[in-house]
Design a binder for this molecule. Structure first.
Ligand code: ZN
Ligand code: ZN
Length: 312
């Protein structure tokens, strides 16, 4: 079965993506309320019933909600997080303590593979970000008689990158990577000096230029033709524009057969499908705001619960 990856929401008002493999559903971050997540899942033909685990990158408030943790407890869905996340998760409400009480907290260690589901391995790698322990993930499906191995890497919320990180992201079929801001827009934003310095710092967020440079290095380290999809994550609504992020990524992958997709805050944008399938490495696009081959498409209609990031 292929790995299917769908960004449900991406940006500073809430982040969540859905990974599906052979009936197993994983939420990568859960930074929306449970009803908003239900609406986003429904928009891509899924539901909470298909979510069997949640995996947390870090504890900034746009990546988890206490009410959503309480919802996980009601649905008996385990939360995978790092032990260094525990104190922060406990400090904002009772959701995490409830998961602990019901033995629904799973932990992962950095750079050690753990199994999320049969046929789906995961490895966490550290990212430089000002939230304490922050992680990206590499999800892998082994090859079989029916197809090649498939791999997806996810890295958002990082202020800088290293050659080691480029190595961790290399040789995947799909790479989801933060393209947070345009540096000139950041300086012209009217934001406080402290906030601008924080975002631009080594533990803030990746600019379009930084992300494109990382993408070039990932490509240089990858087998030719392996990377097929780049999904741009966590674009700043105030300090970036999809066309700027898209242009930066397109320049980085120029000459390669790679589709670039740009995630957004308010709608699920696409499902990328990689690995064994009837038509190998195909893409089913739900809604896309940008793609290197395809055009701007109509935005998805607003759904109940989308109006405010505070709505549950
Ligand atoms: Zn974030
Ligand atoms: Zn963050």
């Amino acid at each position: 079965m292929p790995i299917r990856f769908t960004v449900l929401a991406s940006g500073s008002s809430g982040n969540a993506s859905l990974v599906q493999v052979d009936g197993f559903g994983l939420l990568l971050d859960a930074g929306l309320g449970p009803r908003q997540l239900a609406a986003r899942l429904a928009a891509v033909g899924a539901s909470w019933q298909e979510v069997q685990a949640v995996l947390l990158t870090h504890t900034h408030g746009d990546h988890w909600r206490d009410r959503t943790l309480a919802h996980l407890r009601r649905r008996r869905i385990p939360l995978y997080c790092h032990t260094e996340h525990h104190d922060a998760l406990r400090s904002y409400g009772d959701g995490f303590s409830g998961l602990e009480a019901d033995d629904l907290v799973r932990t992962f260690a950095v750079n050690e593979e753990f199994v999320l589901a049969p046929g789906l391995g995961c490895r966490a790698f550290a990212l430089k970000h000002d939230s304490g322990a922050t992680f990206g993930f590499r999800l892998e499906q082994p090859g079989s008689l029916f197809g090649d191995p498939a791999a997806l890497a996810y890295a958002a919320d990082l202020g800088s990158w290293t050659p080691e990180l480029a190595g961790a992201l290399a040789d995947v079929d799909a790479l989801a990577l933060e393209f947070n801001h345009d540096v000139e827009m950041q300086y012209a934003s009217g934001r406080s000096f402290q906030l601008i310095r924080r975002v631009l710092g080594d533990h803030g967020h990746l600019s379009n230029v930084q992300a494109a440079d990382l993408l070039r290095e990932v490509l240089r380290r990858s087998a030719p033709g392996r990377l097929r999809h780049v999904v741009q994550l966590h674009l700043s609504q105030q300090c970036n524009r999809p066309e700027l992020a898209l242009a930066a990524a397109r320049a980085a992958v120029a000459g390669a057969d790679i589709e670039v997709h740009t995630a957004c805050q308010d709608t699920p944008i696409l499902t990328v499908s990689i690995g064994p399938s009837r038509s190998r490495k195909r893409v089913r696009r739900s809604v896309s705001v940008g793609s290197s081959r395809a055009r701007q498409t109509a935005a998805h209609p607003m759904l109940p619960g989308f109006e405010s990031s505070d709505a549950i």
